[in-house]
Design a protein around this ligand. Structure first.
Ligand code: NAD
Length: 507
């Protein structure tokens, strides 16, 4: 008897009568694909069609790049003042706030995430547009006034040019908002490709950009798959930079594809994020954060706290607490405001999650809770149970690879050195956490762990002001904070001689 908390279908009256129709946005025009191709998206929770999107090909990708290139080179946006860019970004934030209920609803229907979480993400995204507006007005270069009496050095920050922004399905509106406002604040022009599974809210964002008065061609949206749209966006010589968020495997392909033209590549990739729990930790607080870390967004989260490394002395007690809390987390209908964990993105992905659990069991691990698909009354079976797997050994795939589901692996340690070695043992290095009442233990861990973000006595707090990105195979480059705009800027050095003081070289 699993004794889980399940919210059955309860709010299906708000399902749309007809799927949303989605077009490309190229050079200021909303267009279908030249060949008329489309793809349909069904709600992972409800099984009904929720969007029908134009399916782009090489022609649409190239047209969008041409529009972005022309807009950049014309200079209307790329040479505009920070004040003008900020004014527009602030207007977009206002429009996002105005439409947040509709955007959140579409996000739920395409991604399967719970409505309360989607609303919070849309509000968080509006905040990112506001923060980027602040950066647009405050970014600046540098000057060197100590190069001698006859020289002045200027370091100018300029927009890098045309940027391709390729996004995943797990946080569609939030992640495009971690990229696009920062690129626009820098003065870049953009071609955005949302995931083929969750294009709706990015298209809605395009409508808001148009309403806010963004000049035609400054932002373009092409819908479709990695092959060919993503590949064209990564290889075309007219693109100066690719900013990608997605899997490490695709990140490597993009990096290789972009190398032919040596365009800049920024990569936000996967993670296998450890939380290390010392015996002096507040175990109740830690257990709650562990449940949040592994079940948030159904575990389909780059920051998923998918493995805990817990001291042997408290491993049993902590695991019991996590299992007890896991039973209380409401899984089910994402349109019900009580639900905290919704559906899995696709049947294929659900099978992949299950494969990791079965593989671990075959290798000797033990399932303390869950371990299979979850039945949700009235909603089919594209849900997965909250799952806790113990007796996990460090070399098992469930301990080293991204499961991307609501599945927690429990490993144990005796010494700090062992804990650090286990934490750093994965190829990833996105985020990590440490739980201890001793600040020295926390600091020692924070300084030795290979991760772009470290949380001490908390998990997955985030701020627009703080940079985010990965070590090792979790990526390169940073988003958010001041780094969020710096990624989209080129540095130009200007060396100015004052007066006719240059000595002749030719005797
Ligand atoms: P994915 O790599 O399968 O796809 C991401 C995007 O890349 C999609 O738009 C897809 O169409 C496109 N794409 C696919 N093949 C391509 C190619 N050859 N060239 C160019 N584009 C291509 O990732 P996903 O399944 O959508 O998202 C889940 C992954 O994203 C997980 O690994 C997760 O950890 C990662 N992620 C990372 C962060 C972060 O900030 N580090 C945030 C969210 C998600």
């Amino acid at each position: 008897m699993q004794d889980l908390t399940v919210i059955p279908a309860s709010n299906t009256s708000t399902l749309p009568d007809a799927p949303m129709t989605l077009c490309h946005w190229i050079g200021g025009a909303w267009v279908d694909s030249a060949d008329g191709a489309t793809s349909e998206r069904r709600s992972p929770a409800h099984g009904v069609p929720v969007s029908v999107a134009a399916k782009g090909g090489r022609a649409e990708a190239e047209a969008a790049i041409a529009a972005a290139r022309a807009a950049f080179d014309a200079g209307g946006w790329s040479r505009s003042s920070g004040k003008d860019r900020a004014t527009l970004l602030l207007k977009v934030a206002e429009l996002i706030d105005r439409d947040r209920a509709a955007i959140a609803q579409q996000e739920v229907l395409e991604s399967g995430k719970p409505i309360t979480q989607a609303l919070a993400e849309i509000e968080g995204a509006a905040d990112l547009w506001r923060y980027a507006a602040a950066l647009a007005r405050t970014m600046h270069g540098d000057s060197h006034n100590s190069l001698g009496p006859d020289m002045l050095g200027l370091v100018l920050k300029e927009p890098i040019g045309v940027v391709s922004l390729i996004c995943p399905w797990n946080f569609p509106f939030l992640i495009v908002s971690q990229k696009l406002p920062f690129a626009l604040a820098a003065g870049c022009t953009a071609v955005v490709k949302p995931s083929e599974l969750t294009s709706g809210t990015t298209v809605m964002l395009g409508g808001l950009l148009e309403e806010a008065g963004l000049p035609a061609g400054v932002c373009n949206i092409v819908l479709g798959y990695g092959d060919p749209v993503g590949e064209v966006l990564s290889t075309d010589a007219r693109v100066d930079m690719v900013s990608f968020t997605g899997s490490t495997g695709v990140g490597k392909r993009i990096s290789a594809a972009a190398s032919a033209t040596l365009k800049k590549v920024s990569l936000e990739l996967g993670g296998k994020n450890p939380q290390v729990i010392f015996p002096d930790a507040d175990l109740d607080q830690a257990a709650d954060a562990i449940a949040f870390g592994v079940y948030f967004n159904a575990g389909e989260c780059c920051n998923s706290g998918s493995r805990i490394i817990v001291h042997e002395d408290v491993a049993e007690a902590l695991t019991e607490k996590v299992v007890a809390l896991s039973r209380r987390v409401p899984f089910g209908d994402p349109l019900d405001p009580r639900t905290q964990v919704g559906a899995i993105i696709s049947p294929e992905h659900l099978a992949k999650i299950d494969g990791y659990v079965r593989g671990a069991v075959a290798e000797g691990a033990r399932v303390a809770l869950g371990g299979g698909a979850l039945e949700v009354g009235g909603l089919g079976a594209q849900f997965y149970q909250p799952t806790v797997v113990t007796d996990v050994r460090p070399e098992m795939p469930i301990a080293t690879e991204e499961v991307f589901g609501p599945v927690l692996s429990v490993l144990t340690f005796r010494t700090l050195d062992q804990a650090i070695a286990l934490a750093n043992g994965a190829a990833y290095g996105l985020s990590a956490g440490v739980w201890s009442r001793d600040v020295s233990t926390c600091l020692d861990f924070a300084r030795r762990v290979q991760a772009g973000t470290v949380w001490t006595n908390t998990w997955m707090d985030g701020f627009a002001e703080l940079p985010f990105g990965g070590f090792k195979q979790s990526g390169q480059g940073r988003e958010l904070g001041r780094y969020g705009i710096e990624e989209f800027l080129e540095v130009k050095t200007v060396q100015m001689r004052i007066g006719q003081t240059r000595g002749a070289w030719v005797a």
